[in-house]
Design a protein around this ligand. Structure first.
Ligand code: PEP
Ligand code: MG
Length: 575
């Protein structure tokens, strides 16, 4: 039987399931006798201490295997264990209402989670997930449960669970856990992102997969298609063994392209770059053959902490990326793009009805000049260590670009006065992600050194369809003729002024989009590091000359469906 879900991490695994249902955490609510209270309190405190020790271990393991950023998640969990409001409320309930520790924990957790979740704020909702995770850890300690997830598996297994918290995912034994499937979760959930980093095939959002499988059942997790086969017969297993071999072989073939050029079959050269969120990602980008960084989302340096990163901290991060990439490979660093779905707890901003249309990114930076200047100083100082380029997000008017450049000039002058070195010839470009900017690209191209098209936002603004809203997802279509025509217009405008143009929205890494974008003349494609080699493989089979005609024809088609079908049949199926 086949069940569909969301492809969270690529790869195929065939193995025996270890199923863990949600209801494993069971206890009875009890009213304590007065003389039991002290012992119960001590038992609770012991569980807090044990959880803290466990988290210390997890944090070390994650820092070592994944990096500082991921390790911070567990630091946040530890903070909950030290939080007098949370822990104090549990102890108070236990003492005043004389309930057992499990009940006190669950009731306090529920009220805190309800408060966090009712906040109309992505950051706080994430805190609710953290609070659940840490409470689950406390609960297991109280109940003395050593769950399946941390069991010593004697053979390779496929985990089938309701949900995997980030702690669960981080603690998985990678030698033994070969894949997982979960009832809930989306492609951008923490666990899915970690699964991709750990290269464990995973399918999430399967609603009731824990009901469909028993421990010991044979299961196939296809993280490429987002499918799970439940108790497959021999023929299905054989077909998937072949698919698995083909995938491994394909990965080997792609790996051979690490040092190859990004060039089409007829000799047209483009740049394949990676999008990163922290300096460690740059190492992965190089390993995956990226020829540069097309987008460093610096806001991640500002997130998951209590105050703004200092100039020195930022300088160290930008310098590290520049050095990792070397003198030749370009590193496009985007200035702070906060707002929309990315919030900072310590930046006290007013609530807005439409945060994506609100006070964000360059708008905020032009208003909070000191904040902007600190980042620009760090960027300029780091510019002597590699090939750094600066990029402003969300530019909508020429005036914004000019004002940003004026502030940059002020920072340059300050550095000169202090005899601090920086690269005087550093390129300064802008993201084209606001439709207004796309429409005046000819004017902007006169004053920007390059463009990078941010389709993630551009699509939502052009189509008036929130990029986070599933109900209007049918409108959020990169292949809608309106999007492709705008992209065409932007590329032409840049080239007219002799400027290069890239794309750093997710679209740049899509198999169907690459032939079109290439035909439209895009110069740089920036994507997740793990997509670079696949893209290079495709590129090397494509013919630039004929794609120029194809792309012009595509612009005359009437819908996204028609365009996708055309590219599939006329280009990809013929390779
Ligand atoms: C974009 O909008 O396409 C983009 C790359 O930026 P972000 O996804 O960070 O908004
Ligand atoms: Mg954007």
């Amino acid at each position: 039987m086949l069940q569909k879900g969301i492809a969270a991490a690529p790869g195929i695994v065939i193995g025996r399931a270890v199923v863990q249902k949600e209801e494993m955490v069971r206890y009875e609510r009890r009213i304590l006798d007065q003389d039991e209270v002290a012992a119960e309190l001590a038992r609770f405190r012991e569980s807090v201490r044990a959880a803290d020790l466990e988290l210390e271990q997890v944090k070390k393991k994650v820092r070592h295997e994944m990096g500082e950023e991921e390790a911070r998640i567990f630091e946040a969990h530890q903070l909950f264990l030290q939080d007098p409001e949370f822990i104090g409320a549990i102890e108070e309930k236990l003492e005043c209402e004389r309930v057992n520790a499990e009940a006190a924990l669950e009731e306090v957790r529920d009220s805190f989670v309800a408060i966090f979740e009712s906040m109309d704020d992505e950051y706080m909702r994430e805190r609710a997930a953290d609070l659940r995770d840490v409470s689950q850890r406390l609960m297991k300690n109280l109940l003395g449960i050593h769950d399946q997830l941390q069991a010593d598996f004697t053979e390779p297994v496929v985990l089938v669970v309701h949900d995997l918290t980030p702690s669960d995912t981080a603690q998985l034994d990678r030698e033994k856990v070969k894949g997982f499937a979960t009832n809930i979760g989306g492609r951008t959930s923490h666990s899915a992102i970690m699964a991709r980093t750990m290269e464990i095939p995973a399918v999430v959002g399967m609603s009731d997969i824990t009901e469909q499988l028993q421990t010991g059942d044979l299961v196939i997790v296809d993280g490429l298609e987002g499918e799970v086969h439940i108790r497959p017969d021999e023929a299905v297993v054989a077909a998937y063994e072949a698919k698995q071999q083909a995938y491994w072989k394909q990965k080997e073939d792609w790996a051979r392209l690490v040092h190859e050029e990004s060039v089409t079959a007829d000799g047209h050269r483009v740049e394949l770059a990676a999008n990163i969120g922290n300096p460690r990602d740059a190492v992965q980008a190089v390993e995956n053959g990226a020829e540069g960084i097309g987008l460093f989302r610096t806001e991640f340096l500002y997130m998951g902490r209590e105050q703004f990163p200092t100039e020195e901290e930022q300088f160290a991060a930008y310098k590290a990326v520049a050095e990792t990439m070397g003198k030749d490979r370009p590193v496009v660093i985007r200035t702070l793009d906060i707002g929309g779905d990315k919030e900072l707890s310590y930046l006290d901003l007013p609530k807005e009805l439409n945060p994506f249309l609100g006070y964000r990114a360059i708008r905020l930076c032009l208003d909070r000049v000191e904040l902007f200047k600190t980042q620009l100083r760090a960027l300029l100082r780091a510019s002597i260590y590699g090939n750094i380029k600066i990029m402003y997000p969300m530019i909508a008017t020429i005036a914004e670009l000019r004002r940003a450049n004026q502030i940059l000039d002020e920072v340059r002058a300050e550095l000169r006065n202090q005899s601090i070195l920086f690269n005087d010839h550093l390129e300064v470009g802008i993201m084209i992600e606001v439709p207004a900017a796309a429409m005046i690209a000819d004017q902007l191209a006169k004053e920007a050194d390059f463009f990078s098209i941010g389709t993630n936002d551009l699509i939502q603004y052009v189509m008036a369809a929130d990029r986070m809203n599933e109900q209007v997802a049918y409108l959020y279509d990169p292949y809608h003729p309106a999007i492709l025509r705008l992209v065409n217009q932007v590329i032409k405008a840049a080239h007219q002024e002799g400027k290069w143009v890239g794309m750093c929205g997710e679209m740049a890494g899509e198999e169907l989009a690459i032939p079109i974008l290439l035909g439209l003349g895009l110069d740089e494609f920036s994507m997740s590091a793990t997509s670079v080699l696949r893209a290079r493989d495709l590129l090397r089979k494509l013919d630039y000359k004929s794609l120029q005609e194809t792309a012009q024809h595509v612009l005359t088609l009437e819908s996204g469906e028609e365009i996708r079908a055309f590219i599939k049949e006329e280009i990809l199926n013929k390779l």
